[in-house]
Design a protein around this ligand. Structure first.
Ligand code: SF4
Length: 365
């Protein structure tokens, strides 16, 4: 890979949480100081790959829960990338374990965007999910961040939770908006087999309720000044997540640490989810070489998530062939059926197409 086409984005996965949410099957283990120290030793070795990298567009530290680390460990983690300048530097946090000291560590290392796990404001729902924060914790965390000058705050919420009613969802969303975040991500719950919810046989809301909830969310958030720019993401003007936009524009990105994925050139890779395997060899990864055809399809799949759709000129420049030449009949048929639309520059889902995006993609497969 030449210097010109090195990734401009970096994702680092922190695989620790203080407690485990019952819906979650991400790569995480319950935090212990000793294991986190060994993980940091491994990450220090892996971070050597970026020793000569001085500039990136975005860095995103997700998890897991990055602020489950001790103050000393959080500082150690951020020090590894302190030589890199970037435009957007996001860290995911959970509100209950954020205090003044941690906020100062984040700010002093140039973190300028926070993605905070809220999920719901309903105490019963939070308890059902095994989440240990309150609205008060959330308010305090937002205030601490603002006082430190970190204004770019995103809140993560969920809908279609077991037993959730429209009334509870509305209250959660109103509570979220009352904190005036710059950005809101809201995902429908998927019950993962390996999560506690999966093992206990919990179910999401039925299909019709879920569709009603989504329709309502897409109507109400713009009314509060949050424009939808992706299927699950809404932002105040100019506050879209640049890091996530890079994924949806199918850009390359480094993926560091256990449980991360990355894409560099024509190679996608997954780092081991097993923490012991990562600590034993921080460079180990499963590599998936991509054919041009696979890249074109993945590019389309990611771009379709955005409200603006896919930039047709960018596609042609990147692959040396126009999108309609790649998929002439299917695209024509989907436009005829009112599921896709094209304004000459972008190809995107219509309002009718958006909720059945997966079915649209299946036609391309
Ligand atoms: S949802 Fe986040 S905080 Fe909860 S267990 Fe999963 S990674 Fe940890």
């Amino acid at each position: 890979m030449t210097a010109e086409n090195k990734p401009e984005h970096l994702y680092i996965h922190v695989p620790f949480c203080r407690t485990i949410c019952f819906y979650c099957d991400f790569c995480h283990v319950v935090y212990t100081e000793e294991v986190a120290d060994r993980w940091l030793d491994a990450l220090t070795i892996e971070a050597e790959r970026l020793r000569d990298v001085k500039n990136l567009k975005t860095i995103y530290i997700g998890g897991g829960t990055p602020n489950s680390l001790s103050d000393f460990q959080l500082r150690r983690l951020l020090d590894l990338f302190a030589h890199i300048q970037c435009e957007e530097y996001t860290v995911e946090i959970n509100p209950e374990s954020l205090d003044q000291e941690k906020v100062e560590i984040l700010r002093d290392h140039g973190v300028n965007r926070i993605s905070m796990g809220m999920q719901s404001s309903d105490p019963e729902e939070l308890k059902m999910m095994n989440r240990h924060h309150t609205m008060e914790d959330l308010r305090n965390a937002v205030n601490l961040l603002r006082q430190a000058g970190i204004e770019n705050i995103s809140l993560d919420l969920m809908y279609s939770l077991p037993g959730q009613t429209m009334r509870i969802l509305k209250k959660s969303l109103e509570d979220a908006v009352s904190l005036e975040p710059a950005h809101i991500s809201i995902y429908s719950l998927t019950i993962e087999e390996n999560s506690v919810f999966g093992r206990r046989g919990y179910t999401t809301a039925d299909e019709d309720t879920e569709a009603d909830m989504y329709e309502w969310i897409c109507k109400v958030l713009p009314a509060y000044g949050y424009e939808q720019y992706e299927i699950s993401n809404f932002a105040q003007k100019g506050k879209e997540s640049r890091h996530n936009l890079a994924y949806w524009h199918y850009r390359d990105f480094y993926g560091f640490s256990a449980g991360a994925s990355g894409k560099e050139g024509h190679l996608r890779y997954d780092k081991p989810r097993n923490l012991k395997a990562y600590i034993a060899d921080p460079f180990t990864r499963e590599e998936i070489p991509l054919t041009r055809e696979e890249e074109r399809f993945e590019h389309w799949m990611m771009s379709l998530r955005m409200v603006q759709g896919m930039d047709l000129e960018e596609f042609r420049e990147r692959y040396g062939i126009s999108f309609t030449e790649c998929y002439p009949e299917i695209t024509h048929s989907l436009i005829q059926r009112g599921l896709l639309e094209c304004d000459g520059k972008y190809l995107r889902c219509t309002k009718q197409g958006y909720p059945i995006m997966n079915e649209i993609l299946e036609e391309y497969l």
